[in-house]
Design a protein around this ligand. Structure first.
Ligand code: NAP
Length: 282
């Protein structure tokens, strides 16, 4: 054990019940590091977020995770961005380096790493098309990751202006945008991968499904659902029934958290322990 005590936490609004404190506290214990991980709600359009960042700048806090609604609004309050945060135009991790506040995005490498682990054939470079459902914060990280890996992107969102904003911010000039309905989704044609980046199917509404009941899933596509609670969503059930390969967002959740902890502590994070915490929580 070192004498250093790590003061970490999560900001967003509202925060409600979060798995992050349990995940990071268990990991710190196994890493034999002293520390705590708190929840710091910061209401939008108040000085809350700026005050909290001041505490990181002064060294009172060592690092923060950032969630809805601050992943993009925090950008102008930071001194510098790591390449992943710049690519996604969104930040989910903040840390201090040489008295500067740095924003990073571990959702991006967390998603890509788990995608390749779940579907190893998709790690082999090739010209492939992906259909991303949703155009919010997580979709930004997913699109930036897949674009950097050479994928051709098709975005399906209920608000075309949100998809257009994402495509403009990420400079995805060759991406297609479609409505998130049966007609739009069938217009995308053959794809190697579908990623659900909407909350449809997430607890407490597991009966929801972003994919219309009337439309068969494309033959041969791999299905990755960013949702991790429940562990098998309606979309994943539908994929399994159609004989398609499918994965939940559990691996991405653990990987993005592990990468954040490594930024803050400079030590390898215990991914197996973090997976166990997630499995016990669900
Ligand atoms: P977000 O920023 O709120 O974006 C959600 C997207 O889904 C938006 O495009 C939103 O459109 C759309 N959407 C919401 N409700 C919809 C509905 N009823 N019909 C159609 N579209 C709908 O949220 P996020 O941060 O991107 O998170 C999305 C999901 O990913 C959540 O389930 C979250 O838990 C999960 N996630 C998982 C991980 C992981 O590590 N596994 C990491 C990040 C996020 P509007 O803006 O029009 O509402």
């Amino acid at each position: 054990m070192t004498d250093k005590v790590f003061h970490l936490g999560l900001t967003g609004f509202p925060l409600g019940h979060s798995l992050s404190p349990a995940l990071h506290t268990a990991a710190l214990q196994v890493m034999r590091l002293k520390g705590e991980y708190g929840l710091y709600p910061a209401a939008p359009e108040t000085a809350d977020l700026q005050c909290l960042l001041g505490r990181v700048r002064q060294g009172e806090l060592d690092g923060l995770n950032v969630t809805i609604p601050h992943k993009q609004t925090v950008l102008p309050l930071l001194d510098a961005l790591e390449p992943a945060a710049r690519a996604a135009g969104a930040v989910n991790v903040i840390f201090r380096r040489d008295h500067l506040l740095i924003g990073d995005n571990t959702d991006l490498p967390g998603f890509l790493s788990d995608l390749h682990q779940q579907f190893p054939h998709l790690a082999v470079p090739g010209q492939r098309k992906v259909l991303v459902l949703g155009a919010g914060g997580a979709a930004r990280a997913v699109c930036a990751a897949l674009h950097s890996a050479g994928w051709q992107l098709c975005l399906a969102a209920r608000r075309p202006e949100q998809a257009a904003g994402l495509m403009a911010d990420l400079r995805l000039s060759s991406a297609e945008s479609l409505p998130l309905d049966a007609a739009g989704l069938s217009a995308c044609g053959s794809v190697a991968l579908i990623v659900n980046a909407t909350p449809l199917g997430m607890a407490p509404n597991p009966q929801n499904n972003p994919w219309p009941a009337s439309l068969p899933l494309p033959a041969g596509a791999c299905i990755y659902d960013l949702i991790y609670n429940p562990s098998v969503t309606r979309l994943l059930q539908q994929a399994q029934q159609a004989g398609l390969s499918a994965a939940s967002g559990a691996g991405m959740l653990v990987e993005q958290a592990a990468l954040a902890l490594e930024r803050w502590t400079g030590r390898p994070a215990p991914r197996q322990v973090m997976k166990q915490v997630l499995n016990n929580w669900r």
